[in-house]
Design a protein around this ligand. Structure first.
Ligand SMILES: Cc1cc2nc3c(=O)[nH]c(=O)nc-3n(C[C@H](O)[C@H](O)[C@H](O)COP(=O)(O)O)c2cc1C
Length: 201
């Protein structure tokens, strides 16, 4: 197999992902770190929604959400997830599949503290994925939280991160005449070495 080169070059898929995201930050008009997060419910019915990827770590990807949301229930019951990032400006895609754990320690506290005050109060006020009678009811909840939590609300116990530790990462880049380039990094478990394979488009 020919060795990954050019934009695919590297010995570490997390470094390649970070490099591609850094390039997308220059070209994308909005949310270059948006990922379509895919889960399955207890019946095996797939679900997907956008979230923002907040950290690319040396061995994992982290995003933040409400632990009582639909997605959190699905992540916790399955323990697995997939996501895709697509950058129209670069005509590139990254796909990730892996195992999920919670990040509800100091790292989540630090990320929560870095958010704007309004976002922090909003996280307290929103019962994400639950029915809401009206927008007015949500704004009333925000006002109540603002009055009680003050200027430096700490991270709610029902809000934090999820860490996806991949067993598969695929890099895709648009090629002429739909002869796209694809390289997939695979390993059976997170402790194993990666195998890199070029795939047909
Ligand atoms: C671009 C974009 C970014 C989003 N980022 C987040 C996020 O980081 N965390 C989050 O909980 N929801 C985020 N959302 C909202 C989710 O898509 C979704 O509506 C919400 O999390 C509830 O999903 P669930 O009911 O499947 O749990 C984002 C939506 C969009 C369109």
């Amino acid at each position: 197999m020919d060795k990954p080169s050019g934009k695919f070059a590297g010995n570490d898929p997390f470094e390649i992902a970070q490099r591609w995201l850094t390039e997308a930050e220059v070209t994308e008009p909005n949310d270059p770190n948006a990922i379509a997060l895919s889960t399955v419910d207890v019946d095996g019915l797939p679900n997907a929604r956008m979230v923002l990827l907040k950290e690319i770590e040396p061995a994992a990807f982290v995003f933040y959400t409400n632990y009582e949301s639909a997605k959190a229930g699905e992540l916790e019951s399955a323990g697995k997830a997939a996501f895709v990032m697509h950058w129209k400006t670069l005509r590139r895609q990254i796909r990730v599949r892996g195992l999920v754990t919670k990040e509800d320690g100091p790292q989540a506290d630090a990320y929560f503290a870095s958010r704007s005050l309004k976002s922090r109060l909003g996280a307290w006020a929103s019962k994400q994925s639950q029915p809401l009678s009206s927008r007015g009811a949500l704004l009333a909840e925000v006002a109540k939280i603002t009055a009680t939590k003050g200027a430096s609300p700490k991270r709610p116990p029902f809000w934090g991160g999820f860490r996806i530790t991949p067993v598969e990462i695929e890099f895709w880049a648009d090629g002429e005449f739909r002869l796209h380039d694809r390289f997939v990094w695979r390993r059976a478990t997170p402790g194993d070495d990666w195998t890199v394979i070029r795939l047909n488009p």
